[in-house]
Design a protein. Structure first.
Length: 172
């Protein structure tokens, strides 16, 4: 069922990081800049803002690890109505789609990189390239194509997905 997401941080040179939000059906990925830091009160507003841009039908659940950056998960849930599930300790396989995505994103965001030097435009360009790369698991369709074709054609979700897919052409 579309709308379930997995999230995590991709760490750069300490104390820099970005958050990733991966939609599980399409593997459509959003990269969220965290310019203020890694503490829960610094991460929550950026995640909340990113989740606000997603239609309600695509905000079913978010699964995250037990990092201290999600100590404010109840506030995010209350503000967005999107339940956040926390994995069991030392169980990254419970967010397998996100773990694989973060591994693939390392070619763009190496471990020692100073992530605050990446602008929102840089992160959007990385996400665009990542979301428009065909995947064997999708019959060689890109995550953006799969995301745009999700159910509910003709409603707010499909209009939003088409807009995301069409507006991303500015990076090609």
């Amino acid at each position: 069922m579309p709308g379930h997401r997995e999230g995590d941080l991709v760490m750069g040179a300490r104390p820099s990081a970005v958050a990733t939000l991966v939609e599980c059906t399409s593997v459509y990925t959003a990269i969220v800049a965290l310019p203020d830091g890694l503490k829960a009160e610094q991460v929550a507003p950026h995640l909340t803002r990113s989740l606000l841009g997603i239609p309600s039908q695509m905000r079913r659940t978010l699964t995250w690890d037990r990092g201290c950056e999600m100590a404010e998960h109840q506030a995010v849930t209350a503000q967005r109505g999107m339940p956040i599930h926390l994995c069991k300790p030392r169980s990254p396989w419970q967010r397998g789609t996100n773990e694989n995505t973060n591994r693939l994103l390392r070619q763009y965001l190496p471990k020692g990189a100073d992530l605050p030097t990446f602008s929102h435009a840089d992160l959007d360009a990385i996400a665009h390239e990542f979301n428009h790369h065909p995947r064997k698991t999708h019959g060689y369709r890109s995550p953006a194509e799969v995301y745009a074709d999700l159910p509910n054609s003709g409603d707010e979700l499909s209009a939003w997905a088409r807009q995301v897919f069409e507006s991303s052409s500015r990076y090609t």
